[in-house]
Design a protein around this ligand. Sequence first.
Ligand code: ZN
Length: 132
Amino acid sequence: MKVSHIGIAVRSLEEAGVNYASLFGEENLHRETVEEQGVDILSFPVGDAVVELTAATRDESPIAKFIEKRGEGIHHIAFEVENLQEELDRLKAAGVKLINEIPREGAHDMLIAFIHPSSYNGVLVELCQKKG
Ligand code: ZN
């Protein structure tokens, strides 16, 4: 398992992008819309991981709800695994509360699944696996 990315909920990708460019520079930026999740993302590579700024594309997006409730800030931490379904089955059997029991489509051509924050001390954890 390794750290894949850190998701940060922001109101405006443009404004947040300028802020974070002062920290990470502007090389190899990646922008993508993930319609299934209702998000626009702008990601900055940092070492082997990525910092992913995430803005809502619609009002009922989980990111919009998160910002409404808690304001901007760290939304989730994602860890990459070799076999996502196997990992989900293992965690479920161990009593971990999964949000997604079946992998879904994520950004960067990855399969993803979220684990409920109540299982990990208030932190929303995402597991992901590279496709193919
Ligand atoms: Zn993510």
